[in-house]
Write a protein that binds this ligand. Structure first.
Ligand code: MN
Length: 289
């Protein structure tokens, strides 16, 4: 086995985005445009909202890629131009294929909005290859209890397998290209190795505690993302007090990226048609009648 080493560590500073949510965004960041096929990783919150204070993103379009919502705390209401409505609660995942174009809203769930509380979760943007950029829009939704989980033989590593495979457990969500997105929780003192296809790009974003990676067991702190170099195995060690990280790994798409706001295409011309199609209503509207 050829161990992957840490190539760089990115510290994600908290910033305000959109309507004013607090977001940590390790990618894209200065000098790191993407971890192909991952275009963006946002850790939203944790933020405590008072009654009727919670914020969200009203109707907006997407085309040419996928958006993944993974909620840890709080509740999000998704509505879209295909006519679907989905409440996404703690531990749930929504893997949305914007494909040819969708308009959706991501607002606080009505009960959560009324009561307030802690909102914490992730929004991840995954690119689609040119051949799938006009895929039929839709989403895969899994409530927390239907997401496969895996454990190390000693029970000290717990993995939520959103996509890919861990300790022999296969994910239930399908992807257009090979993508491993997983939530790993490791206890202090644990050592384990993640077999990762040598063709994959790979990164790990630590969002709780501290986790050590690579042959030198270098520590990565909460709010930092490690980007890994080549190899077919990733060594993970649980530093005190233990930690939790999102594993982002996948086959790079390797195509030109033309990105403007909510649209991610291959060329500027495709971006212009995306903007034009949206303005002309060709991505639909959310019918709330
Ligand atoms: Mn969106």
């Amino acid at each position: 086995m050829n161990q992957r080493d840490i190539q760089r560590i990115v510290t994600a500073h908290q910033q305000r985005e959109g309507a004013g949510f607090l977001v940590r965004r390790p990618v894209p960041t200065q000098g790191l445009d993407q971890v192909d096929p991952f275009l963006m990783l946002d850790e939203v919150g944790p933020v405590t909202y008072g009654r009727e204070e919670a914020l969200g993103a009203p109707d907006h379009p997407h085309r040419g890629f996928e958006t993944v919502s993974y909620i840890l705390q709080g509740e999000k209401l998704h509505e879209d131009s295909t006519g679907k409505t989905q409440l996404i609660g703690p531990g749930d995942v929504q893997w949305m294929t914007a494909g040819a174009g969708i308009v959706h809203s991501e607002l606080p769930g009505p009960d959560f909005y009324k009561s307030g509380g802690v909102a914490h979760g992730f929004q991840i943007w995954v690119n689609l290859p040119a051949r799938d950029k006009f895929a039929t829009p839709g989403y895969q939704y899994l409530p927390a209890h239907e997401i496969p989980t895996a454990e190390s033989p000693d029970g000290k590593v717990h993995v939520t397998v959103i996509t890919g495979e861990a300790f022999g457990v296969q994910a239930a969500i399908g992807t257009h290209t090979p993508i491993w997105l997983q939530d790993w929780q490791v206890e202090t003192g644990v050592e384990t190795a993640i077999p990762l296809d040598a063709t994959f790009n790979a990164a790990a974003y630590v969002f709780n505690g501290t986790v050590a990676f690579g042959p030198q067991s270098k520590e990565v702190q909460q709010g930092q993302m490690a980007v890994f170099g080549p190899g077919d195995s990733l060594q993970v060690a649980g530093s005190a007090p233990g930690g939790r990280f999102l594993l982002l790994a996948g086959a790079p798409i390797g195509e030109p990226v033309a990105w403007h706001g909510p649209f991610v295409m291959n060329t500027e011309e495709e971006l212009r048609s995306a903007i034009d199609d949206y303005r002309r209503g060709r991505m639909g509207i959310i019918d709330r009648a």
